[in-house]
Design a protein around this ligand. Structure first.
Ligand code: AMP
Ligand code: GLY
Length: 428
């Protein structure tokens, strides 16, 4: 079967690597892809917002499955156009992707379905937002309703910070994403991510992970898209996972179906493990990046079979997915300046040496020039990924691989996995 993969990050390199291992795969195409994806796929130039041209491409190349990696084409309804043309698509419809595209939509759904989450108020004007802040007091969380590339959430520890945040959002700092905000109660606990595949009826748990959002060692500095991750998140015990499935994921899938927006694809739940049990922080309508890289490192089944069954509403017919019992870890090598403006053009060397020890280096923001020189072209440049029987073993292998790579003007966090390693060393 021929497959078209949409996206260009480390997530898509990991997906292409795993799709390419399937005996079911005929030819893999990717748009826009990256030099790592190009090891497994033919890169094609498609205008992703021009749905008709994507449909024509899929018809011409006899595509049997389209896998959508990032959120923007989902929220833009690319899957709807492809499904309307008769294609099997992995990824939710535009209406279902509102679970990521509108924080207010998700909070209202949680309220209707009795799903545990932080108390909230939706505010469409500065006055409403100010009134809500007075009601909640500090600390409080302010979120732009729409997609804001990871910049739409302010955790305000003081009222002054909270007021500045709502002023900024209604001033247009985030464009239309901030035209409406959600003000939320501040929750206390450890965070974990949980992934489930669903075809709108059947739910298949697909593993857990924890990431490191802050740019600096010790969880300091500004938020990023993620500087590293590991899977599984052992803090999400089998009991807490069962509770997450029964109290959060299953009621969400049911409510979406009941309300006429069945959700098909991967549902990525950001959870706060509070003293009252897991509560939903937010949903994403796609795999996490870099969480996908560690999930793919542990997944031992046939990804084509699984994603196709999800797209075709046949998940109930499959055996549960198989995973390695190993821990997987990924360390993000980023370009100086990230998460602000990254320095581009640094020449990357040493990937074969890094992989010689068993690690896998996924490309996130790289460019390959005509003369074969690989250079940095994005904020997050490489995702150095390894697995091992313990977090420490996975970490040691990942960092040995990091140290084999030269990335001038690059940096990475040196403490990915610190929480788990402390727990491992403490025998917890
Ligand atoms: P989100 O984009 O909604 O995942 O939020 C980004 C980060 O903000 C989360 O990973 C949390 O660290 C933090 N956060 C979001 N909502 C809350 C909340 N209600 N209470 C405490 N922290 C939160
Ligand atoms: N790593 C966080 C995300 O993909 O949203």
């Amino acid at each position: 079967m021929n497959i078209l993969l949409i996206g260009s990050g480390g997530r898509e390199h990991a997906l292409s690597w795993k799709l390419a291992q399937s005996p079911l795969l005929g030819k893999l195409y990717a748009a826009p892809g990256n030099p790592g994806v190009a090891d497994h796929a033919q890169i094609v130039a498609l205008e992703l917002t021009d749905h008709a041209s994507v449909v024509t491409f899929c018809e011409t190349q006899h595509i049997g499955l389209i896998v959508v990696g990032p959120e923007a084409p989902l929220v833009d309804g690319l899957t709807d156009s492809l499904r309307a043309a008769g294609f099997s698509v992995f990824g939710p419809s535009r209406a279902a992707a509102q679970l990521e595209g509108s924080k207010g939509f998700t909070k209202d759904l949680c309220e209707r379905a009795g799903i545990p989450t932080a108390g909230y108020v939706r505010a469409k004007s500065l006055e409403e937002a100010r009134a809500a802040l007075t009601r909640f007091g500090a600390p409080v969380v302010i979120k732009a309703d729409g997609l804001a590339a990871g910049k739409g959430v302010v955790v305000a520890m003081t009222m002054a910070q909270a007021e500045a945040a709502v002023d900024d959002m209604f001033d247009g700092a985030l464009g239309s994403a901030g035209a409406e905000v959600v003000i939320e109660e501040f929750m206390i606990g450890e965070e974990a991510s949980f992934f489930a595949l669903t075809d709108g009826a059947t739910i298949v748990p697909f593993g857990s992970a924890q990431d490191h959002k802050r740019v600096g060692n010790g969880d300091t500095g500004p938020n990023t898209g993620g500087m590293g991750a590991y899977s599984p998140a052992r803090v999400l015990t089998p009991e807490l996972e069962a509770e997450t499935l029964s109290r959060i994921i299953a009621p969400t899938v049911k409510a979406m179906a009941d309300e006429g927006n069945p959700y098909s694809g991967v549902l990525y739940a950001g959870l706060m493990l509070t003293s009252e049990g897991p509560k939903l922080i937010e949903y994403n309508a796609r795999f996490g990046d870099p969480e996908c890289q560690v999930l793919m490192m542990r997944f031992e089944g046939d990804l084509v079979e699984l994603l196709l069954a999800c797209a075709d509403n046949r998940l109930s017919a499959l055996q549960p997915p198989r995973y390695s019992s190993d821990v997987a870890m990924t360390v993000v090598m980023a370009a100086q300046g990230y998460p602000g403006t990254p320095k581009k053009g640094g020449r990357i060397d040493g990937i074969p040496a890094a992989e010689a020890g068993g690690a896998k280096v996924f490309h996130a923001g790289t460019t390959l020039s005509g003369d074969g020189v690989l250079s940095a072209s994005g904020g997050r440049v490489l995702n150095v990924t390894a697995k091992g029987p313990s977090v420490k073993a996975a970490r040691d292998l990942a960092y040995a691989a990091v140290d084999a790579i030269t990335l001038p003007d690059g940096f990475c966090r040196r403490d990915i996995g610190w929480r788990e390693i402390e727990r491992e060393e403490g025998g917890v």
